[in-house]
Design a binder for this molecule. Structure first.
Ligand code: BG6
Length: 465
């Protein structure tokens, strides 16, 4: 039996933009996702947009009952900024206050530990239209929004997250093209990353100032970068990948400052963001109380074909236009794969993350805030009305075995949260990949607990398996 420490938390994570949906007259403002869908619906899987997410706004009472039925002792939803403050700054939507208060109250009444995230890829469009995260105004608007949340809900919520996976909107919106504004601009990407970090630190400051007993963190998608080989080029590529993709938020969030090597790399190509020393003080003085860690798959890296050290690159006066200048993704032959989603499965990643946090980040307390298995076409696994998702149970067990070992070896991990609770909408992929403990029927919005949901309850009750 794999028994977890007393008080270990079991639950799931979700987000407002992916689960609430839009109801006539709810007063919600337009987010970057609502806007993008309105101008480019063809980008979204089956043209299902953010207006048709899984109706938590309407069905929250039933859903909160389901939290209990699936053994949750913790739950992580997010507040939608565009629901609470429709224009991003200024007037508050009273219906949103009422909704979130009611939801949080009911979850508390069930004795479920609530942890609320403030930002899950969703920016009010009014701020996006003014440059979004490239513009420092957004940073201060976020600080004020966060402070408003601490004031409005601080009697019901004592554990907060500032951002979920802040590197993702940077990469997806400014280096790839799967988040709005879908442009490729490395300088802007670095400014956005810096501005997001500053916003996170300002929210930490506000949280501690307004409610000193409350705890606040950021959720980072962490994985060590695994190099293709031991060659110096591959090792260097992996080190740089880790700097950009993990340490760019991990170090300032936990330690209060950026890794020197990252700063040097960025400086070398004149890509430093616009910053002030007062802002760096804010980052230094407002570190997180613990850490949320999302882990799905490892980052495998190889040196780029055109290595940054090569003669070609040295002569390349234009410098890097994207991160593939420094490193490229590597597909490891023979890797274990989730065939229903195409992502690698590598359980030892959990152990490596745990040891990295233990050895390099003072063994700060952390929670595994997302881990999970997406499955396309999951209805084919339905028997007698219930999705028989043994693959998901196996996936969770295999990761938990590794996490258990890490805890035995001193990891300071206090909980496991699956992505996700009820199958939810997922950005451009919409409902393509299902992740839930609870199946959602898109036609009727009916919820049915999957085999994994019943299993999860036993897992939670036994505090292990
Ligand atoms: C996580 C995000 O990294 O991946 C979620 O935090 C997202 O918001 C999830 O839904 C799954 O992504 P996908 O593309 O498989 O649906």
């Amino acid at each position: 039996m794999y028994k977890f420490p007393d008080g270990f938390l079991w639950g799931t994570s979700t987000s407002g933009p992916q689960s609430e949906g839009i109801e006539q007259g709810d007063g919600k403002g337009m987010s970057n996702w609502d806007y993008w869908f309105s101008i480019a619906p063809e980008k979204f899987h089956h043209q299902v947009g953010p207006d048709r997410t899984s109706t938590f706004y309407k069905n929250y009472k039933e859903d909160i009952e389901l939290l209990e039925q699936t053994g949750h002792t913790t739950f992580r939803p997010s507040i939608q900024w565009s629901r609470l403050i429709p224009e991003g700054v200024g007037a508050i939507n009273p219906k949103a206050v009422e909704f979130y208060r009611e939801v949080f109250k009911r979850i508390n009444d069930k004795g479920i530990k609530l942890m609320v995230n403030l930002y899950h890829f969703d920016l009010p469009y009014a701020l996006q239209a003014k440059g979004g995260w490239e513009n420092k105004e957004t940073v201060y608007a976020f600080r004020d929004y966060a402070a408003k949340c601490f004031e409005l809900f601080g009697d019901l919520v004592d554990t907060w997250f500032t951002f979920n996976e802040p590197i993702v909107p940077v990469e997806a919106g400014y280096l790839g093209e799967f988040h709005y504004p879908a442009k490729v601009d490395l300088k802007a990407a670095i400014q956005v990353a810096y501005n997001t970090q500053l916003a996170s630190s300002l929210a930490v400051e506000a949280c501690h100032r307004l409610n000193p007993a409350h705890r606040i963190s950021v959720i980072l998608n962490l994985t060590p970068a695994y190099p293709r080989s031991d060659s110096s080029e591959d090792l260097k590529a992996a080190r740089i990948a880790e700097l950009f993709q993990a340490k760019s938020f991990l170090d300032p969030s936990v330690n209060g400052y950026y890794p020197e090597e990252l700063v040097e790399i960025i400086k070398a190509h004149d890509l430093l963001p616009d910053y002030t020393s007062e802002e760096l003080d804010v980052i230094r003085e407002n570190t997180v109380d613990f850490l949320g860690v999302n882990y799905y798959q490892p980052l495998r890296v190889q040196a780029p074909e055109d290595s940054a050290d090569s003669e070609d690159a040295a002569n390349d006066v234009a410098g890097p236009t994207n991160l593939d200048y420094y490193f490229e993704q590597y597909v490891m032959p023979g890797r274990k794969i989730n065939p229903h989603r195409g992502w690698e499965i590598y359980e030892p990643g959990v152990y490596d993350i745990a040891m990295m946090i233990k050895e390099d980040y003072g063994n700060i307390e952390w929670i595994l805030t997302e881990n999970g298995m997406g499955v396309e076409g999951e209805e084919k696994f339905k028997q007698d009305g219930v999705i028989q998702d043994d693959y998901r149970i196996e996936f969770i067990e295999d990761h938990l075995k590794v996490l258990h070992q890490a805890i035995e070896d001193g990891a300071n991990c206090h909980g496991y949260m699956l992505w996700t609770f009820v199958d939810c909408w997922s950005w451009l992929n919409a409902y393509k990949n299902r992740y839930g403990l609870v199946e959602l029927n898109l036609e009727t919005q009916e919820r049915t607990i999957k085999k994994s949901g019943h299993w999860f309850k036993t897992l939670s009750q036994n505090n292990g398996f």
